[in-house]
Design a protein around this ligand. Structure first.
Ligand code: GLA
Length: 388
């Protein structure tokens, strides 16, 4: 939605104009999956699908918030409300959680009205929750006059996700959503939180294919993977699986058992893939980026077991298409969601049609496929600053 129509919807909902727009992108992860919470390095990119919030202080101690899609009247709650919501209202936990974590950090936010619009599909593995958190965080900082760095903001948003949405996520999503740079992926060292922009090869387009299978990270499998990693760390005697080696895992295979051996092997091999992938991109070596992304997918499918038939189908189709392909894999937490594909610009139309057809043959419906541009992190600006 253009900011002019967001402004108009805000006026319709609240009878007055917004004073600021807060805009936060979704993300894809190119490589480095399920290792952010192990302190590994990851390589996500923010995308030009966003959550946009128009807001205005309302002179009360309440937040009135409305989602443009719901058509319902605004939901209202005190800025100090701490009651976690369930069911249809559970999306409120994100803004509520961000307000709560900033409050614990000493920030007092006045009441405000907010209208949310989004062209970022929810449940598609593209971090719509991190985007909603980051957009809310910027509003809290704007209205309270208490600015935070991108890393501090990401850390507070992550806590909101842990404590209010119940997902024990790593820092990747929130940090890339807050700190990404236009035209680049972001290498994040999840141990030190150091970030470095990494350029994509010239003429390569990001294609995202959404299976339409809604993932729900809160449903327990994500937490189980984290627990299994912690168990493997204990057996291997390492503080993080990212400090283990394939050799040690091999030596301890009988203590680890078959399942934990596979979980640990994913972490160790995935960590190596991230650095190799960055080098291969810099060397313009598409055969290697393609191999690495495929190996990453296979590892997530077989060793970490977070893929699903729909994701596997889209990755197989991309591999079968082949022409101009720099890599295809599932992206994000898994159990549904999307694949990310790197493909030469001139192949995008044929590639998209091929993927769609291939998916249709098996699942009798079309996936949602779209291109994305690596985009800047979340921003807030005065509503008077014009339209976009
Ligand atoms: C989700 C989590 C992230 C990360 C990915 C898997 O997106 O929010 O922290 O663990 O899954 O790489």
């Amino acid at each position: 939605m253009l900011l002019s129509s967001l402004r108009a919807s805000f006026v319709e909902a609240f009878g007055t104009s917004p004073t600021a727009f807060s805009v936060a992108p979704g993300r894809v992860n190119l490589i480095g999956e399920h290792i952010d919470y192990l302190g590994g390095c990851v390589l996500p990119a923010a995308i030009d699908r966003q959550i946009r919030i128009a807001c205005r202080p309302n002179g009360t101690d309440d937040v009135r918030i409305q989602s443009d899609h719901s058509g319902a009247s605004p939901v209202s709650f005190p800025v100090t409300d701490d009651r976690v919501r369930e069911g249809d209202e559970s999306w409120i936990n994100y803004p509520l959680g961000v307000l709560g974590e900033y409050r614990k950090d000493g920030v007092t936010c006045p009441g405000f009205d907010a209208l949310i619009s989004s062209n970022l599909p929810a449940g598609a593995g593209l971090s719509s929750s991190a985007a909603l958190e980051a957009a809310t965080a910027l509003i809290v900082e704007w209205l309270s006059g208490e600015a935070r760095s991108a890393a501090q903001r990401a850390a507070l948003c992550r806590l909101a996700e842990h404590h209010y949405a119940g997902v024990p996520c790593g820092i990747m999503d929130q940090l890339v959503v807050c700190a990404a740079e236009e035209g680049h992926a972001l290498r994040i060292d999840c141990e030190t939180l150091e970030t470095r922009p990494v350029g994509l090869p010239r003429g390569i387009v990001l294609v995202i294919a959404n299976t339409g299978v809604q993932h729900a990270l809160g449903d327990g499998e994500y937490r189980i993977r984290r627990e299994q990693c912690a168990e493997a760390e204990q057996i291997l005697g390492v503080a993080s699986l990212c400090q283990a080696s394939l050799e040690e895992i091999g030596k301890q295979e009988s203590q680890l058992g078959e399942l934990l051996t596979r979980r640990a092997r994913h972490a160790v091999t995935e960590l190596e893939r991230v650095e190799d992938f960055i080098l291969a991109m810099a060397a313009n070596d598409s055969a290697t980026t393609r191999r690495i992304m495929h190996e990453g997918h296979v590892s997530l499918r077989d060793d970490f077991e977070v893929s699903c038939p729909e994701l596997d189908c889209l990755v197989e189709a991309a591999e079968e298409f082949g022409h101009g392909l720099w890599g295809a894999r599932m992206t994000g937490g898994g159990f549904g969601g999307s694949t990310v594909n790197l493909i030469e610009a001139k192949q995008v139309a044929a590639f998209t049609a091929f993927l769609s057809e291939h998916f249709y043959v098996t699942f009798e419906r079309k996936p949602d496929i779209f291109t994305a541009h690596p985009s800047p992190g979340a921003q807030i600006f005065p509503a008077s600053a014009g339209d976009a």
